[in-house]
Design a protein around this ligand. Sequence first.
Ligand code: FES
Length: 233
Amino acid sequence: MERREFIRVCATGIAATGVPSGFAAQDAAPALYARAKLVDAQGRPLRASAIPANKNFVFLYPFASTPCFLLNLGKRAKAGSVLKTAANQSYEWKGGVGPAGSVVAYSAICAHQLAYPTRQISFISYRAQAGGANKLGQVIHCCAEHSQYDPSDGARVMAGPAPQPLAAILLEHDARTDEMTAVGTLGGEMFNQFFAKYEFKLSLEHGGAARQAVSGTAVVSELESYCRQQVRC
Ligand code: FES
């Protein structure tokens, strides 16, 4: 029987067994959801080292209607920052995954007023370069009211009205296969507010499946193909 390869876990103290560890009682604990391997449109597992740097990729997780960003920052993400939710719960950001520690994932629902990438339009995306209203490079920028998040540091807020970082998506990385599996979130989730605010729109788009759990696999797409129009600001 082959010895199971060490699996590194992004952004949290979850061990390879999936058991959270290292969090004090008052901390924002990781929220574990169904496991979903990240795959391409043909169902082939994505390899962390094959993700192009500084491009926006999206996948739906942990629910069928909640988009997330997958980013290769092209540099090792920081680790060890202590971040806080709007409810003042602290948590430690553990950095990126992949051979270079450069791959990160976050909920794409803005922590201010819940702008998110739809199939028609996206006000929020990662920007490698500064320009226009975006004075900072390498940020996730929401053009609705210009909240900007640092994806290399747990998506902490760098500018704008957002009261907390984007929720991190926890990724397990298998060092043997270089494949990644989404297992949960860490930080201030906005899912309840999202479902309440967009209830009617989501019911039109998804019927009763908007809150359906994503499990097994999650298909990763380029934002350009997922979304018809991207707002630049
Ligand atoms: S909704 Fe993103 S900054 Fe207001």
